[in-house]
Design a protein around this ligand. Sequence first.
Ligand SMILES: [Zn+2]
Length: 69
Amino acid sequence: MKEVHCVICSKKVTNDEVAMNVKVLGKQLGTIRCYDCLASVMSCSKTKLIELSEYYKSSGCNLFKINYL
Ligand SMILES: [Zn+2]
């Protein structure tokens, strides 16, 4: 299992965070951001991103079934 770190704050990211990056920004795996930094890029709250990721997962989005890490 490899570790992926946020490109902005260097925090370790979770698989869901990687999936969310791919979902909203496309497959640019070199620039993964944690929920905090992704939220500031998208001008929304971290809570909103977590809600969105839960929504995508529950709706069966394939991007959230991939093991990125
Ligand atoms: Zn970050």
